[in-house]
Design a protein around this ligand. Structure first.
Ligand code: SF4
Length: 345
């Protein structure tokens, strides 16, 4: 399979996208880009990468930022644990590694939020260490290359594909090679309608030659999606409203939202079910309904307003804020969009 690495490295040199984190081998920037791109498309990730490197040009500035500021800049990217882990890991690098970015895979794995894939990517791209990456692109390319029927979503399957990736790796040029195979998966060997006719490895690819690419990679399980209905109440009292920080181990931890009542019904709620008693029961008013999909959850979001004559004094765990200042807080994207479109704020 020597041909494989030669072919993809040549193709990569001529076809790689010009992306800002490819400008140099700065491990901080490579780490940042890898975390941003974990669940995000490159086009969307690029603008966040630029915002982050403008505001925090090095790990020191990121370490000095508050978690609140980092979450605010992350707004809209989703999977917010990534932002909390970034902040935590910046603290680890400054305090446990004296501000020098760890270079070995073993050390990199000690950083919060850095798993097997990310540690291999940073070690190989920034420090030229011989570790093969296996992400969704790599699974796709390798399973198609060999028409390999091993399911990719089992421990056994993951080990199997890691060992093939290790064998294919160009140990003299691991960073370029890893980027080349991922770029091939992103641009040519795409999930639907791969571009086999212009693919540099068509000659040695079994799926490409047999046109069986739609059968690979194989998965054994279906992702279970649960349904939740979130009923948000925007309380209005003069120029104020009520928000709270989400602290439970659940979606959107660390972000803000409005007082919420949750059930699984697709019908609007009535005033008896709402989290804070309102004086005028007629004032509960449904103003918006949205659907929002996460990887494992389908959310039905109902948004109501309710007028309060006065704000109850015993509101533990809630913040009373001026409506005009609400944009300073980090909200999940679905509520952030509602706030920017609404005339209430
Ligand atoms: Fe993917 Fe087709 Fe290239 Fe094979 S020939 S790696 S299936 S794009």
């Amino acid at each position: 399979m020597n041909d494989f690495k030669v072919l993809i490295l040549k193709w990569y040199a001529q076809n790689k996208r010009n992306l800002p984190w490819r400008d140099n081998k700065n491990p901080y920037k490579i780490w940042l880009s890898e975390i941003i791109l974990q669940q995000t498309r490159v086009e969307q990730g690029r603008s966040y990468f630029e915002k982050f490197t403008d505001k925090y040009p090095s790990v020191n500035e990121l370490n000095q930022a508050s978690e609140e500021e980092v979450l605010h800049l992350w707004q809209g990217l989703g999977y917010y644990s990534r932002a909390r882990n970034l902040k935590f890991a910046a603290h680890q690098i400054v305090n446990e590694f004296n501000g020098s970015f760890p270079e070995t895979k073993t050390e990199l794995l000690q950083l919060k939020g850095v798993g097997n894939y990310t540690a291999s990517a940073i070690a190989s791209i920034a420090f030229n260490k011989a570790h093969a990456v296996v992400d969704g692109n790599v699974y796709r390319v390798i399973s198609r290359l060999f028409e390999d029927p091993t399911p990719i979503d089992t421990n056994k399957g993951q080990k199997h594909f890691q060992s093939i990736a290790d064998e294919l790796l160009d140990i003299n040029n691991p960073g370029e090679y890893n980027q080349a195979i991922m770029e091939l998966g992103a641009l040519v060997c795409t999930p639907k309608k791969p571009h086999c006719q212009t693919c540099p490895v068509l000659e040695i690819c079994q799926s490409g030659r047999n046109q069986t690419w739609d059968q690979f990679p194989v998965k054994s399980k279906k992702v279970k999606v649960s349904k939740r209905s979130l009923h948000y109440i925007v309380y209005l009292h003069k120029d104020k409203t009520i928000i709270r920080k989400r602290t439970a181990k659940d979606i959107w931890k660390g972000l803000y939202d409005f007082p919420v009542y949750e059930n699984q019904s697709l019908q609007p709620i009535n005033y008896k079910q709402i989290p804070i008693e309102i004086e005028d029961k007629r004032s509960l008013n449904l103003i918006d309904k949205k659907e929002h999909k996460l990887t494992h959850q389908k959310l039905s979001i109902f948004i109501y307003t309710a007028e309060l004559e006065k704000i109850p004094s015993d509101l533990n765990n809630y913040n009373i804020v001026k409506r005009s200042e609400i944009k300073q807080f980090a909200f999940p994207i679905i509520l952030k969009n509602f706030i920017s479109e609404s005339e209430l704020f």
